[in-house]
Structures are given as structure tokens and as C-alpha cells.
Ligand binder design. Structure first.
Ligand code: 5AD
Ligand code: SF4
Length: 486
């Protein structure tokens, strides 16, 4: 379910490939957001062309890439402790006469650069998010001379230069896929490192995104989540030479046969344009679940955060979205203990949660990020206060989330069956609200969207029964009816 145990700051592995005996072995570990999961997959795809097969752990790997996150303190610290563990594996490999190349990628790489090699000499290569297309060359250089650092922002488009996933790799990754449409951020919230680590906002052209979505659909993907640090600021060049909005892009993607569901994340309230709100009304395959971070319920704090919206702006926006799509559920991010946050400010945040009634939310203690304006603000909030506020906020969020999930009991949901469940004969899928749903169904139904009546609500997932034994019409039939404009 949408809670602190899921999507957001997820540690996700890109998933191992079936190895050819002659293949060199690659292990990629992703920290942080969905952007990193996507980037890890692209890196694995680029290295697959160089004869690397991905595996699901570091043991015996020829190359290990840690794709790091710098959004909060703990994320970076986790990387350094992982490097400590890898040091032992690398020494063991050397004793056996093998080489293990260790690369640090992602936002910690971008933010810390050479410092990483100083602090962890076990690292052979440091590569920032804008240079992944150079990875094969950089690895070759690091093999010759360890200690390579590339944190530049090259002029060439890394997306153009990165190869697409093979159909086999896409199939292995499942029926729901991420697709990066936009990268970077120009908002400069005062707490956030993203504008520094990922750089300015860049949107991919529509034709490249459509081609990637078509490839995904061909390999069996049914649900595409468009991702970007500020995804709803998307303004990519369309085939007509004009700038297309996210809403327009989604309307185009909705025409691709096989694609049955669309989502997008993460959005900034300021960029919820009229046409995007209307898309929630007009585009049935856009799922009725929106992650729309608000960060705080206090206008004073929102201003200090440079969020460029007020509490009232946010509430008005929620109202408009719900008017467009009454079934819409919302999730959010919150930061507690931002510099200067008073008890009264914090109470405004609690009150906002009560007022909106989020179906889930992530909440974090403010963590000063070096180089960001908030890090040097006066009136930093003591750790004990942050801990207390976080617990209080999470309790309110949990209560709302539990109420939302309880209200699902007895309802019939379209569930996209994604993978085998924990028990034999069971599959796990996702409801429109991203809740995991466990249902008894044969494995050959993975990839289908089925009607499921919710019969039970667990702490982390829903349970249900297939409502109708009828199979979804085969893909090719639907593709034809879609093509015919049905
Ligand atoms: N401290 C705490 N939380 C942060 N986030 C971003 N930067 C910080 C920080 N310095 C949170 C925000 C954002 C989410 C991805 O991480 O809530 O929406
Ligand atoms: Fe960071 Fe704010 Fe940009 Fe989100 S909108 S990535 S919080 S600067």
C-alpha cells in the first residue's frame, strides 16, 4: 500500500538477467527514487551491449555499480557502509586473481565527486547522472587506471545515446515500467539538492518517448509511469515542432495499443496546469491516484521553503482535481522540522493532513543538505523535536491511510496482475490506487487487468477474489479495436 514501506525512497534492484556462461557479471544496486531505478536499468542495458549480464547480488560480480541518492543524509551514509562491505568482496576477488570494479553513480557521485574516492579508495569510478551514456568507455578507463571521475554535464543528450532495453530485458522487468520524460528541476526549493545534482529541467522530445513506450508495449508492458523530478513541468518538443505539455503527451501515449494504464510522478503543485487537471477527467487510462507533494501546511514554512504556493493554493488545487475526477486519491511528501518551524506551523501541517485526507504519504525529518540555502538558515530545529513531530505526523497519516484502505473492502477494482504472489496459486497485482492486491489466479494471467472484489485488508496489501472468470480479450484484438478507434 502507499505507505512508508513502499515506492518512494525504495531500495530497488534492477533485477538479474539469465547469464550467458561467457558474460561478464554486473550488479547494479539502486538507492532512492524511481528515476534511479530507471537509470539503473538504462545502465544495465548499455552494458548488456558490452557483454555484461546482470545478476542480483554483488558476489562474484566483475562490475558493481551503486546508483546512489543524496536527497537525505541516511541515503549517502548507506552508500558508504555498503562500500565497506564491498571492500571485503573486492579483496576476496583479488586473492582469487579476479578484478572487481566498483563504480558509484547517481546523486552522491554528482555531489561529492572526487571526495568519494578520497573517503573510499575502493571505488574505481565515480559517474554523475548526466554521463551514463559514457559508462562503457569510463569503465574501460577505470579498468586501466582506477580513480576515474566524470561529473560533467555534457552537451550531448544522454537519452539519445543510451541504448533501449532489449525486449527480453523489458519482459524480465515486468508489466509495469517507468519511463523518464523529464529530468532536473528549476524550482530550487531551499531544502533540496536536486537542482544541483540533476541540473536544470530538460524534457525529452515526444517522438523519443513514444518510440520507447511502443517498445515497452511490444514487450508486454501494460502500465507506464512517466517519471521526472518535476514531471508535470514537462514541455518536450512535439512532432509538430511545438512544445507539448504532459497532458498532450499522455493523450498521445494513450493511443498506443497494449498500454492500458498511465501514471506520472513526481509533480509540483505550481505546474498542475488546466489541461493536466482536465486529463484526469478525460483520460480514463490515467490512474486516479496522484502523488502531489505539499511538504508543509504552514504558509510561513512554505515561503521559507521557496515552494511558491500557499496552503490555500494547494487546497484549491485538490478541490479542482477532485472535481475533475471524483474517484481521485492523493498522496504527498512532508518535511518536519524545517528551520524555523514552530509548534503552530507544525499543527498547520497536521490540520492539512486531516483536511485533505491523503490515501498515503511519506514524511521525513528535515536533513540539511550541504550547498542548499536551508542548510545555513538560523533556527535549525533540534533532533528530538523532529523525531517527535515525525511520529505525530506519521500517526495521523497512518490513520488516514488505514481508513482509505478499509473503505476498499467490498469494492471491485481493476487489478493489473504483475507477478507471482507469496503463496502458490496466488498472483499479486496493483489496484488503481497502487495498493498491492493478492488474488488466486493462474500464472498465465500475469499482464491482464482483471476485476477483483476486495475481501480483506491487510497491513500492507489487499486481498481479493476474481470477480469474473472471463479473460481480458487478447492483446492483438484490443490492439485492432484501438486502431479502429473503438
Ligand atoms: N530533508 C528532508 N527531506 C527532504 N526531501 C527533499 N529534500 C529533503 C531534505 N533536505 C523530501 C521531500 C521530497 C522528497 C523526495 O524528499 O519531501 O518531496
Ligand atoms: Fe527538489 Fe523542489 Fe525541485 Fe522537488 S520541486 S525536485 S523538492 S527543488
Amino acid at each position: 500500500m502507499q505507505d512508508r514501506t513502499r515506492p518512494h525512497p525504495e531500495i530497488a534492484e534492477t533485477g538479474g538477467a539469465a547469464a550467458r556462461p561467457d558474460a561478464r557479471k554486473l550488479y547494479v544496486k539502486s538507492y532512492g527514487c524511481q528515476m534511479n531505478v530507471y537509470d539503473s536499468q538504462r545502465m544495465a542495458d548499455a552494458l548488456a551491449r558490452e557483454g555484461f549480464a546482470e545478476q542480483s547480488g554483488p558476489e562474484g560480480a566483475d562490475v558493481v555499480i551503486l546508483n546512489t541518492c543524496h536527497i537525505r543524509e541516511k541515503a549517502a551514509e548507506k552508500v558508504y557502509s555498503e562500500l565497506g562491505r564491498l571492500r571485503k568482496l573486492k579483496s576476496a576477488a583479488e586473492r582469487e586473481g579476479r578484478r572487481m570494479i566498483i563504480a558509484v553513480a547517481g546523486c552522491v557521485a554528482q555531489a561529492e565527486g572526487e571526495e568519494i574516492i578520497r573517503r573510499a579508495p575502493v571505488v574505481d569510478l565515480v559517474v554523475g547522472p548526466q554521463s551514463y551514456h559514457r559508462l562503457p568507455d569510463l569503465l574501460a578507463r577505470a579498468e586501466r587506471t582506477p580513480g576515474v571521475v566524470d561529473t560533467s554535464f555534457p552537451v550531448e543528450d544522454k537519452f539519445d545515446a543510451l541504448p533501449p532495453a532489449s525486449d527480453a530485458a523489458t519482459r524480465r522487468r515486468g508489466v509495469s515500467a517507468f519511463l523518464t520524460v523529464q529530468e532536473g528541476c528549476d524550482k530550487f526549493c531551499t531544502f533540496c539538492v536536486v537542482p544541483y545534482t540533476r541540473g536544470a529541467e530538460v524534457s525529452r522530445p515526444v517522438t523519443a518517448i513514444v518510440a520507447e513506450a511502443q517498445r515497452l508495449a511490444r514487450a508486454g508492458v501494460r502500465e507506464i509511469t512517466l517519471i521526472g523530478q518535476n514531471v508535470n513541468a514537462y514541455h518536450g518538443e512535439g512532432p509538430d515542432g511545438r512544445s507539448w505539455s504532459l497532458a498532450r503527451l499522455m493523450a498521445r501515449l494513450a493511443e498506443i495499443p497494449g498500454v492500458a494504464r498511465l501514471r506520472y510522478t513526481t509533480s509540483h503543485p505550481r505546474d498542475m496546469s488546466d489541461d493536466l487537471i482536465a486529463a484526469h477527467r478525460d483520460l480514463p487510462m490515467l490512474m486516479p491516484y496522484l502523488h502531489l507533494p505539499v511538504q508543509s501546511g504552514s504558509d510561513r514554512v512554505l515561503a521559507a521553503m521557496n515552494r511558491r504556493h500557499t496552503r490555500a493554493d494547494y487546497l484549491r488545487l485538490v478541490e479542482r482535481l477532485r472535481a475533475a475526477r471524483p474517484a481521485l486519491a492523493l498522496s504527498s511528501d512532508f518535511i518536519v522540522g524545517f528551520p524555523g518551524e514552530s509548534d503552530a506551523d507544525f499543527r498547520d501541517t497536521l490540520a492539512l493532513v486531516e483536511e485533505v485526507g491523503f490515501a498515503g504519504a511519506f514524511s521525513f525529518k528535515y536533513s540539511p543538505r550541504p550547498g542548499t540555502p536551508a542548510a545555513t538558515m538560523e533556527a535549525q530545529v533540534p533532533e528530538e523535536v523532529k523525531i517527535e513531530r515525525l511520529a505525530a505526523l506519521q500517526a495521523v497519516i497512518d490513520r488516514h491511510q488505514a481508513a482509505f484502505n478499509r473503505a476498499c473492502l467490498g469494492r471491485v477494482f481493476d487489478v493489473l496482475l504483475e507477478k507471482p504472489g507469496r503463496h502458490p496459486g496466488q498472483l499479486t497485482g496493483r489496484s488503481p490506487y497502487l495498493q498491492p492486491v493478492n488474488v488466486d489466479a493462474p500464472a498465465d494471467r500475469i499482464g491482464e487487468i482483471v476485476s477483483v472484489r476486495i475481501t480483506d485488508v491487510g497491513p500492507n496489501s489487499l486481498f481479493g477474489a476474481l470477480e469474473s472468470p472471463r479473460r481480458e480479450s487478447p492483446l492483438y484484438e484490443r490492439a485492432e479495436s484501438l486502431a479502429a478507434g473503438a
